[in-house]
Design a protein around this ligand. Structure first.
Ligand SMILES: Nc1ncnc2c1ncn2[C@@H]1O[C@H](COP(=O)(O)OP(=O)(O)OP(=O)(O)O)[C@@H](O)[C@H]1O
Ligand SMILES: [Mg+2]
Length: 338
């Protein structure tokens, strides 16, 4: 059995503030953390927060919004205190009955802690928003490239081909022939760029087909050996969003392996267990030291943010001069049952 003294020490050192009061809000116990952020003392009454002081209540209704029959899980408001009158507290409360006596346990989150958490959350949201904006901008550029520039270049190509047939002079004929080849290459480039910006297959055929087709393209483009193993049950439907994010992660991993690692072999594995999709991308390239990355690139950061959006995680296993392996997972939302 834990001694009373040890138990109190443990509670007093929690990072959350704990205040135990009786049914009249008189403080019976206050831990270190609460004391530090409120300055309240045992024997005093816990004041009402600014919101509850002003709120309209019926005669026999509890004034404290957290002491109601069906209390909110947590509430954020300004609390009168002796330490820092400018701070909002995040609070939650639970009622307990012991030996016929009602106790109310108030939990207070350290506001400075909160501020830090919120700044981190805001930064994450901002990155996610930026990525979504980037995705829709890519889509717009891809459409513009395909529908506008692509069509014009194709018309010029056809026009040149028509003219070429009427030109007899061998010198001009040869010039036109060269221009034709250049036009063909330009069309090819445009097509590749459009695909990279927005794998069009996503809109029609879904993740698996899009990824298989992209791997084929990379195989030709990069002259590296790719192996792709995918094991996703048919009844597990990936949302377009989830698929696109996993695709972008793999695309970035492949780009990094080729660009930085000079890899000649890249292995991609994707499989699911229940509602979790796991992925692994390994390359036989030059590797890198995770601690000595300079902060200019955004690729790794975006990969982390993408998995976070789906309650996932990602890690890199690499060292200078050794191969690189990326392991990660995302949680798949259960689709609507039809
Ligand atoms: N597979 C890999 N092999 C070798 N080095 C890698 C690999 N992946 C990442 N790196 C190293 O990690 C660094 C950071 O990668 P990150 O993708 O974040 O940035 P970047 O590729 O340099 O730029 P960006 O992706 O923004 O165009 C790279 O510059 C490279 O040094
Ligand atoms: Mg990169």
């Amino acid at each position: 059995m834990m001694k009373d003294k040890d138990f109190k020490k443990l509670v007093s050192e929690l990072s959350e503030g704990i205040v135990i009061m009786d049914s009249n809000r008189r403080i019976i116990y206050i831990n270190e953390q609460s004391l530090r952020i409120t300055g309240w003392q045992v024997g005093e009454s816990v004041p009402y927060c600014s919101y509850c002081q002003l709120r309209q209540v019926d005669e026999d209704e509890e004034r404290c919004i957290l002491a109601n029959e069906n209390p909110l899980a947590s509430f954020r408001s300004h609390m009168p205190n002796y330490v820092n009158t400018e701070t909002d507290f995040e609070m939650s409360m639970k009622k307990h009955e012991l030996d016929g006596q009602v106790y109310q346990v108030l939990m207070i989150k350290n506001p400075s802690h909160n501020n830090h958490d919120e700044t981190v959350k805001m930064q994450e949201l901002l990155i996610q928003e930026t990525m979504l904006a980037q995705e829709s901008e890519r889509k717009r550029i891809a459409m513009e490239l395909h529908d506008h520039i692509g069509q014009s270049v194709y018309s010029i190509y056809l026009g040149l081909d028509g003219i070429k047939r009427h030109v007899q002079d061998p010198e001009y004929h040869e010039k036109l022939e060269k221009m034709n080849v250049m036009m063909e290459q330009t069309l090819h480039c445009l097509k590749r760029l459009t695909k990279e910006l927005r794998p069009r297959l996503f809109d029609n055929l879904g993740f698996e087909t899009a990824l298989r087709s992209a791997v084929e393209d990379w195989q030709h483009l990069y002259k590296a050996d790719f192996s792709l193993t995918m094991n996703i049950p048919h009844d597990l439907k990936l949302e377009k969003e989830e698929g696109l994010h996993i695709f972008r992660i793999i695309q970035e991993a492949v780009n990094n392996a080729i660009r930085h690692g000079k890899a000649t072999k890249i292995k991609i594995e994707i499989y699911t267990i229940d509602q979790v999709l796991y992925f692994q991308i390994s390359d036989n390239g030059l590797g890198f030291d995770l601690d000595s990355i300079n902060g200019n690139g955004v690729g790794l950061k975006h990969m982390k943010e993408r998995v976070k959006m789906f309650n996932g995680d990602i890690k890199w296993i690499s060292q200078n001069g050794q191969s690189t392996r990326i392991e990660g997972y995302i949680t798949i939302e259960k689709g609507e049952e039809h």
